[in-house]
Design a protein around this ligand. Structure first.
Ligand code: COA
Length: 260
């Protein structure tokens, strides 16, 4: 499938999803969000794809937020629909995906852009990146899960301050806060993202999917995460991959996981 606002590139088992609206700092308009839904759906269902790196086109932005121009005539009901639709079809979908998703934050990640990065499983930032949730400067607040995921990642006090002041933080600050796992030079960002993802891809893919499910359960108060862990742990025992992993260890060889 070809897209108007995204570029898709494949490098062995890694799929790159690149937001490609450079002239608008990769702002997430409706069309881009719809394409992101399709692209992630396809990546999660494509057996050739082991994991995904999402980044922004150009040197300046990962994504500078939701497309503000589309908010002009929206009323309260429309706002509810934007948030619900976006959360369900893109942000929650990525978070609950069955394959690892890494955000390579190559510049501004603001508003919906940072919310997108926070829906990914792991975040890496280039040393020029700037991150924040500046919606209140527009008389708005985050609506794509930002209040929840920022609180999970950096704690309530820091989330309160970042959202209410609308401050942007640098990559080193984001690293210190735990918002990003690694900081790399602009030139090294994608290499570092590939290094992390390739390490993950050398492990059992069904076990990775189960781990994602169980870790996510820790952040959903209506779910018993320990029970989820028991179920996912049990599922691993029913896989050929687990038998292969155990045999390989005992035979002192590298495992060959098939995702079965
Ligand atoms: N929605 C729509 N368009 C956006 C956008 C957004 N979130 N962010 C940037 N753009 C557009 C600008 O309108 C401009 O378009 P134009 O050239 O047609 O006028 C283009 O992208 C370049 O942005 P510009 O503001 O000129 O770049 P800058 O380097 O001066 O500033 C930012 C960069 C990121 C500080 C600034 O663009 C900004 O504050 N963006 C909005 C961030 C935001 O509030 N996000 C939350 C949205 S809910």
């Amino acid at each position: 499938m070809s897209f108007q606002n995204l570029l898709i590139e494949n490098k062995e088992r890694i799929q790159y999803i690149i937001i490609n609206r450079e002239s608008k700092l990769n702002a997430l308009n409706k069309a881009t969000l719809a394409e992101l839904h399709t692209a992630f759906y396809e990546a999660f269902h494509n057996r050739e794809v082991g994991g995904i790196i999402i980044t922004g086109a150009g040197q300046k932005a990962f994504a500078a937020g939701a497309d503000i121009a589309e908010f002009v005539d929206v009323d309260a009901e429309g706002g509810r629909e934007i948030a619900r639709q976006g959360q369900t079809t893109v942000f929650d979908m990525i978070e609950n995906g069955n394959k690892p998703v890494i955000a390579a934050i190559n510049g501004f990640a603001l508003g919906g852009g940072l919310e997108l990065a926070m829906a990914c499983h792991i975040r890496l930032a280039a040393d020029n990146a700037k991150m924040g949730l500046p919606e209140v400067t527009l008389g708005l607040m985050p609506g794509y899960g930002g209040t929840q995921r920022l609180s999970w990642l950096v704690g309530k006090g820091r989330a309160m301050e970042l959202i209410m002041t609308a401050d942007m933080i640098s990559a080193p600050e984001a690293h210190q806060y735990g918002l990003v796992n690694h900081v790399a030079s602009q030139a090294q960002l994608l290499d570092k993202a590939e290094e992390v993802l390739n390490k993950i891809l050398s492990n059992g893919p069904l076990a990775i999917a189960s781990a994602i499910t169980a870790i996510n359960a820790a952040f959903h108060p209506d779910e018993n995460g320990f029970e989820t862990e028991i179920n996912e742990f049990s599922k691993c025992f029913g896989t050929k991959d687990m038998k292969e992993g155990i045999s390989a260890f005992l035979q002192k060889r590298k495992p060959e996981f098939k995702g079965e």
